[in-house]
Design a protein around this ligand. Sequence first.
Ligand code: HEC
Length: 109
Amino acid sequence: MKKVIIFTFFAAALYACSGGEGKKETASAKPATPAVDGEKIYKTYCVTCHGIAGDMGASGAFNLQTSVLPLEERINVITNGRKAMTPFKDLLSEAKIKAVAEYVEKLRH
Ligand code: HEC
């Protein structure tokens, strides 16, 4: 009798595990573009030079409120850096760089 109970337990555990795995796979496959918060990234990496509003200008940082740089170029500056601005390609993923580049636009006046 004991054996039957143990077997049933294992069978149930096995079933639960395989079911769980299957679910996990479909879940991780679905959100291909996880929500990256551009504002959060900006406040973490960019405020030291550009300031919360984008116009602080520390280390000669460009005033992002008056920047007219198109998105592609902004991504390029953030990725590879420019003069005193450090490159972020080793710190941030492509998706995060794009998100923060899009956020910078909101600082414009
Ligand atoms: C070490 C200070 C520093 C940090 C940190 C920094 N920047 Fe900069 N940034 C600069 C400087 C300096 C320039 C101007 C470069 C030049 O004169 O060529 C600049 C220029 C830019 C420009 C170009 C603006 C234009 O119109 O030409 C963008 C966009 C930009 N920064 C975005 C960001 C973002 C987004 C972050 C955070 C991921 C960031 N910066 C972090 C110093 C910094």
